[in-house]
Design a protein around this ligand. Structure first.
Ligand code: HEC
Length: 152
C-alpha cells in the first residue's frame, strides 16, 4: 500500500514537471552576488591558485603542485566549481546585465575549464597558466562592476 502511495506521489510530482507551458522552471539564487563570490567562487579559485606555481619560504622554494592523485582530483573539482560558476553568474538574481556581465561570466567558464583539463592531465605548467587566466577574468569583471574595485 505504501509503495503504491509513493508511486502515485512520484507520478504526480513528475507530471508537475511537464513542460506544457513551454516555460523553463524558475531558478532562484541562494544569496547575494557577494555571497556567491565569497562563499562559492573565492574558495574554489583559491584552491586552484594555491595548487600552482611556487612560494618562497624560510626553507626555500616550495612547489605548490599536488603530489598525489587525490590532490590533483581536488584541484579538478575546484576548477569545475569555478567553471560552473560562470554559468551560475548568468542566473536572474546574479546577472547585472546580459551584455558585458555575460561575457565575463563565460570567460570565467572558459578559463576554469582550462584549469580543469590541466588538473586532469596533472600538468603543473598548464594549471599555472590557466590559474592566471582565471585571475584576469575575476579582475576584469571587478574593474567593470565592483564599486571601489580599486581598493581590491
Ligand atoms: C561577472 C562578474 C564577476 C566575475 C567573473 C567575478 N566577480 Fe567577484 N564580484 C563581482 C561583483 C559585482 C562583486 C561585488 C559584490 C557585492 O559586494 O555586492 C564581486 C565581489 C567579489 C568578492 C568580495 C570582495 C570584497 O572585497 O568585497 C570576492 C572575494 C570576489 N568577488 C571573488 C571573485 C573571484 C575569486 C572571481 C574569479 C574566480 C570573481 N570574483 C569573479 C563580479 C564578478
Amino acid at each position: 500500500m505504501r509503495l503504491i502511495a509513493t508511486a502515485t506521489v512520484l507520478v504526480l510530482m513528475l507530471s508537475g514537471c511537464d513542460d506544457t507551458t513551454g516555460q523553463k522552471p524558475k531558478t532562484q539564487v541562494t544569496g547575494s552576488v557577494y555571497h556567491m563570490m565569497a562563499h562559492y567562487l573565492e574558495p574554489a579559485a583559491d584552491k586552484i591558485w594555491g595548487s600552482a606555481g611556487f612560494v618562497i619560504t624560510e626553507d626555500g622554494e616550495v612547489d605548490l603542485q599536488p603530489t598525489t592523485d587525490d590532490g590533483w582530483f581536488a584541484v579538478e573539482h575546484a576548477a569545475i566549481v569555478v567553471a560552473e560558476g560562470g554559468n551560475l553568474l548568468m542566473l536572474d538574481g546574479y546577472a547585472a546585465d546580459q551584455a558585458d556581465w555575460a561575457e565575463y561570466a563565460q570567460g570565467l567558464t572558459r578559463a576554469a575549464l582550462k584549469a580543469r583539463d590541466a588538473a586532469e592531465q596533472q600538468d603543473a605548467d598548464a594549471l599555472f597558466a590557466a590559474g592566471g587566466e582565471v585571475y584576469s577574468v575575476c579582475r576584469a569583471c571587478h574593474n567593470r562592476y565592483m564599486i571601489n574595485a580599486a581598493d581590491e
